[in-house]
Design a protein around this ligand. Structure first.
Ligand SMILES: Nc1ncnc2c1ncn2[C@@H]1O[C@H](COP(=O)(O)OP(=O)(O)O)[C@@H](O)[C@H]1O
Ligand SMILES: O=P([O-])([O-])O[C@@H]1[C@@H](O)[C@H](O)[C@@H](O)[C@H](O)[C@@H]1O
Length: 325
């Protein structure tokens, strides 16, 4: 499939409003561009550190895209996508599978680091069950850091404001279709580094929305995205934790049911969802079916601590899709 020189309309005109023209349809796998930095996550419960893991949406996304890429069992080749990520010399996970396959750019500044404080109270599906604090921030990713060639699709998945507006704009120019995680656009940090949100409309990213194919937001982020305005510009997906997700487009919406899971660590659920969704589109699925694949990977992510390990059998037909501890 030739790659368009200019960004194309992501949604088909008429007919199936949610079908993204991304699929390979049996042709060679299409190359993707994932932009967002790997980071260090410190998990804290009841004031005690209970885990230190590789984080950053780019790590979770790479993991899912590799797992979901259709490959012969004996073929060890990784899925075709490039990750543009920045870390410092203190980066502790260079040999973990995702960064080892797609190494980050090294910077003089330290690796971005988050402290995730989990509440002990049983959170509702939509209530935030963690407070995030950015304790260190690596350099932003500049337009010049992106490879100078065309890609079939792009995923803008910053966690700490590293995907600058001009970088997203360059992604849109380079990629035929771009999927964006709202957390890359609307996060702000108070004096202590606590994550708060700003209204998307008040950011320089807002004017780029009509050139974005899909915007994913969590229920917590959705009010800041302004779903009613955003859905007129692109397809918006709101993830609802253990309740699955909803898709909103201009003139319609759909709810997509979740997979049951025993949650041990919610980190990376949204990232894994978005990557599963993108993988579904690459498989040629309509958006609602792709969202079901997103729910599958979101459920898988919460069932393990940190970046999950997937067993190849998980994706085989007839697999029991319940995630247990
Ligand atoms: N407890 C859970 N059980 C099953 N699926 C879950 C659970 N939590 C999250 N998911 C899946 O992961 C997706 C993203 O989770 P969500 O909590 O909404 O995002 P975020 O991690 O960005 O806050 C959900 O839409 C759902 O598919
Ligand atoms: O849990 P989730 O919302 O999908 O995504 C998470 C980010 O919100 C967080 O800032 C980062 O430290 C985690 O590693 C993970 O990327």
């Amino acid at each position: 499939m030739p790659l368009a020189a200019e960004p194309v309309e992501a949604l088909e005109e008429g007919g199936n409003q949610q079908q993204l023209l991304l699929a390979t349809k049996g042709g060679p796998a299409l190359e993707g561009l994932v932009v967002g930095s790997y980071c260090h996550d410190v998990l804290i419960r009841g004031g005690r550190v209970v885990g230190e893991t590789l984080g950053g949406a780019a790590a979770f996304v790479s993991n899912v895209l590799d797992a979901a890429s259709p490959r012969e069992e004996e073929e060890q080749e990784a899925a075709p996508f490039v990750v543009v990520s920045k870390v410092g010399r203190d980066f502790a996970y260079a040999s973990a599978p995702a960064p080892a396959r797609r190494p980050p750019l090294l910077c003089a500044s330290p690796t971005t680091s988050f402290h995730a404080q989990f509440s002990e109270a049983a959170a509702s599906a939509h209530a935030p069950d963690r407070e995030l604090r950015r304790v260190r921030a690596c350099d932003p990713i500049y337009p010049a850091d992106l490879p100078d060639r065309r890609f079939a699709y792009g995923l803008a998945v910053g966690v700490a404001g590293e995907v600058l507006p001009e970088t997203l704009e360059r992604m849109i120019r380079l990629c035929r279709a771009v999927l964006v995680d709202a957390q890359a656009l609307i996060r702000a940090f108070d004096a202590d580094g606590a994550v708060c949100h700003v209204s998307l409309e008040d950011t320089p990213y807002a004017r780029l929305l009509p050139r974005v194919a899909f915007l994913k937001a969590s229920s917590e982020e959705a009010p800041y995205v302004g779903v009613e305005t955003a859905r007129r510009r692109c397809c918006v997906i709101v993830t609802e934790g253990r309740d699955g997700c909803r898709l909103f487009w201009d003139g319609g919406e759909a709810r997509v049911a979740p997979f049951p899971a025993v949650q041990v660590d919610p980190t990376g659920a949204g990232d894994s969802f978005l990557a599963g969704f993108a993988a579904g589109l690459l498989w040629g699925l309509p958006a609602t079916d792709a969202a079901l694949l997103g729910n599958f990977f979101g459920a898988a992510a919460v069932s393990q601590v940190g970046v999950p390990t997937f067993h190849p059998k998980m994706l085989q037909p007839g697999n029991d899709t319940k995630f247990h501890q």
